[in-house]
Structure formats: structure tokens, C-alpha cells
Design a protein around this ligand. Structure first.
Ligand SMILES: *Cc1c(COP(=O)(O)O)cnc(C)c1O
Length: 400
């Protein structure tokens, strides 16, 4: 945890709105996963869409992590951070064959989630470029429907009921399948969901003679609300090892297990700092209006996400109930009826757990600049992305 003093210093030195990340927390989360999965042959691939600043990618590269990329640009950012091709998986959805070709030229691991693309890939490469296939296991899981990706009506993956069609393509094109992948959603606390997914995948492995990898995706839950608990990683690690060991005993087969956590690795490392611009007393509500909005942190408006919010400038102030709103000219509410120590103009307001899908989903809506990003590492604060200016907004606009 970064101290209030460090956060106030950051706000003072770099201005607000500001994202601050704690490098040691990212390293700690990575170590927690390695420890929890120690009984199995597990490799971690950071799902970098959660937070792609190259300085953050470098931290995980140094820890020994792999990386999961969902666009060709993410693959290129990963390489900039020092990841070698074999530590990169390319797991896109709804991309064209040209993007796959670009990824194969970079020699990264390829994950295919569509039958027609698999066929095209097979005709093009035959057995020369073994691939991973994303299955849709038909499991409903995750924090809410918008972040559930493995249910029967999800666009992701090839239905687990279409494995015979995959087999046909393998026969026709000679394509080699080296791995099976599932990713059922985000914020999954229930261990049984992971075990169920694993069992469904293990059951399919018999159809794939060259299989070496079982990739169980990401989606580990981190606590957002004060009374919430995250996924019990230690218990999950044990359950997984038990399941794999039983499978090995009955079949003699052994797989490497891949995971792709995003949130778990970076969410808690992140702090979002904004400034209270105004307070407004309405007939039934008191508002705090801050110098940011859903253009900088969209999770509350996008999927009703909860972030802990505190007034770090007035920790002993009287508790009052506020609606905390942004400055975007649309409904823009970070929190309804939230207790905060009394807010005065210019107070610094802190959002916790802002490392994942925070800056990364930010935009320039309302022609406002995106925030700066700062990394706290080795006891000091380091700017890792400068604040945008009007020039950034104008860059790329073609003027007469
Ligand atoms: C987004 C994503 C993840 C990470 O999900 P988290 O909930 O952040 O852990 C993992 N794998 C794939 C394929 C993804 O798209």
C-alpha cells in the first residue's frame, strides 16, 4: 500500500488527475500466483490489455512472466518491453487473417477462436505453425454479464460442441493443435468455475494428439468493496494440482498449464487521484464534482464497478454522504450515496484499485486530456507517461 503522504506528494508534484502505480505490489501479486501454483507446471501470461504502459510491462518481464496480447499493437508493445516471441500469446477476437499473418511473422504463440480462420490458417501453414484453440466451454461466470466471456451466447471461442468440426479441419489441413484455451470471464471468485472449466477442457484433450498446453485464461477476482474477498489462490492452486495429478494418473498425460491474469496482477497496484472542483447542495443530494470523469475511469459508468473512494486531504473531517460525479457532459457518476470525510474544493480524492482497465480504457471525450501516469519504485515517484496537452489532441488532425 502506498502511504497517503506519498499519494499527496504525487498529486502535488505531477498534478491531477493522475494514475499512480506501485511496482512492488505488481511483483507481490506475481509472486503470490507463482507460490499458489507451485505444485503444477504453470506459466503466467500477463493479460496486458489491463494496463499496457511499457514501463509496467517491463516489471512483469523482469519477474519472468509471459504476456497475453489481444491486438497486434499489444504484441509490438510487449516486444518493446523485452518479451521474446515464445513468451507472447496472441489471443485476439474478430480480427482478420492479415492480423494473424503479421503475428506469425513475429513468431508469437497464436490462439485461434473461429472455425473459418482456423481453416484458412491450416491451409496456409499446414503443420508448420502449431496453434492454440480457444474453446467456448458454455459456462456462465464472472462479475456480471458484460464481463462474462464463456457462456453459450458469448462471441468468444469455438463452441465446445463443435470439436468434431475442429477435428475435420485438422484432418483436411494437417494443422497442429498444441494447446486448448478457455477464458470464461472476469472477477470469478467461485473456485468450482475454474475446476469445471478445467474438467471440460481435460475431457476434450483426447481429441488432440499433439497437445502440450492447457490454457485456463484469467479472471481471478480481486476485492473492490470493503467486505469483498478475492479468489482464494492458494486453494485454487491445490484444487488444480489435485485435478491434474488425478488426470495424469488415469491417462499418463501431462500438460503445461497457462494462466492469463490481468486484473489480479495490476489492479491493486493502481491509485487514481483527482481533485474536488466543486460541491453542490441539491434538494436531496450533495454532489462532489471532480476534475475528471468517465473519460478517465469508465468502469463505474460502463459496468457499475465499485471503487473505494476517500478524501485523503481531510481524513478527520466529518463523514457526509455524497454523489461523486465527473465533469463530462453526460451522466457521469463515480459513486452514489457514498460516505466521505467532508469534501472542500481542492481536496484530493483517491480511487483505489485503479490499476486495471483504468487509464487503459480512458479517452479524450469532451476534448479533455488524458491523465499522466506515475510509477512508485525503489522509494521514489517516476513519471512514466506525461500528461496530454491540446497539441496531442490536434496531432493527426489534417488542417488546411
Ligand atoms: C481480458 C482477458 C484476460 C484477463 O482477464 P482479467 O479479468 O483481467 O484477469 C485473460 N485472457 C483473455 C483472453 C482476455 O481477453
Amino acid at each position: 500500500m502506498l502511504s497517503t503522504q506519498t499519494l499527496l506528494t504525487a498529486a502535488n508534484e505531477f498534478g491531477t488527475p493522475l494514475y499512480v502505480y506501485d511496482a512492488s505490489n505488481i511483483r507481490l501479486q506475481y509472486a503470490t500466483l507463482k507460490q499458489a501454483f507451485r505444485r503444477s507446471d504453470v506459466k503466467i501470461f500477463y493479460a496486458c490489455k489491463a494496463l499496457t504502459n511499457v514501463n509496467i510491462l517491463k516489471i512483469l518481464e523482469q519477474e519472468g512472466s509471459g504476456i497475453d496480447c489481444v491486438s497486434i499493437n499489444e504484441v509490438k508493445l510487449a516486444m518493446k518491453a523485452g518479451f521474446t516471441a515464445k513468451r507472447i500469446i496472441f489471443t485476439p477476437n474478430s480480427v482478420g487473417f492479415d492480423e494473424y499473418l503479421e503475428a506469425t511473422a513475429l513468431k508469437v504463440n497464436i490462439n485461434i477462436d473461429n472455425l473459418s480462420l482456423l481453416e484458412e490458417f491450416g491451409h496456409h501453414f499446414g503443420s508448420s505453425y502449431p496453434v492454440i484453440i480457444r474453446l467456448n466451454p458454455h459456462i456462465m461466470a464472472g462479475g456480471n454479464i458484460k464481463i462474462s466471456t464463456g457462456h453459450v451466447d458469448s462471441k468468444f471461442g469455438i463452441s465446445i460442441e463443435q470439436v468434431d468440426l475442429i477435428r475435420d479441419i485438422m484432418e483436411r489441413t494437417n494443422i497442429t493443435v498444441k494447446g486448448l484455451h478457455i477464458h470464461t470471464g472476469s472477477e470469478i471468485k467461485d473456485l468450482e468455475v475454474f475446476v469445471k472449466g478445467l474438467e471440460l477442457v481435460l475431457d476434450q484433450t483426447k481429441h488432440f494428439p499433439d497437445l502440450a498446453i492447457v490454457d485456463l485464461g484469467g479472471g481471478f477476482k480481486v476485492p473492490y468493496k470493503p467486505d469483498e474477498v478475492g479468489t482464494d489462490m492458494e486453494a485454487l492452486g491445490q484444487k488444480l494440482a489435485d485435478t491434474f495429478e488425478a488426470f495424469e494418473q488415469s491417462t499418463g498425460k501431462k500438460f503445461q498449464v497457462w494462466f492469463e491474469p490481468g486484473k489480479f496482477l495490476v489492479s491493486q497496484s493502481g491509485y487514481f487521484l483527482v481533485k474536488a472542483n466543486i460541491t453542490k447542495q441539491g434538494p436531496s443530494r450533495t454532489f462532489v464534482g471532480v476534475n475528471s470523469g468517465f473519460n478517465h475511469l469508465i468502469r463505474p459508468m460502463f459496468y457499475d464497478a465499485y471503487h473505494k473512494i476517500t478524501n485523503i486531504s481531510n481524513p478527520d473531517g466529518e463523514l457526509k454522504t455524497y454523489n461523486i460525479v465527473g465533469n463530462i457532459c453526460e451522466t457521469d457518476t463515480f459513486a452514489w450515496d457514498r460516505e466521505l470525510n467532508e469534501v472542500r474544493p481542492n481536496d484530493i480524492i483517491l480511487f483505489n484499485n485503479a490499476g486495471a482497465y483504468g487509464f487503459e480504457m480512458s479517452s479524450r471525450f469532451n476534448s479533455r486530456n488524458r491523465p499522466a501516469e506515475v510509477l512508485f519504485t525503489n522509494g521514489s515517484l517516476k513519471l512514466i507517461r506525461r500528461r496530454e496537452t491540446l497539441e496531442d489532441i490536434l496531432e493527426g488532425v489534417v488542417l488546411d
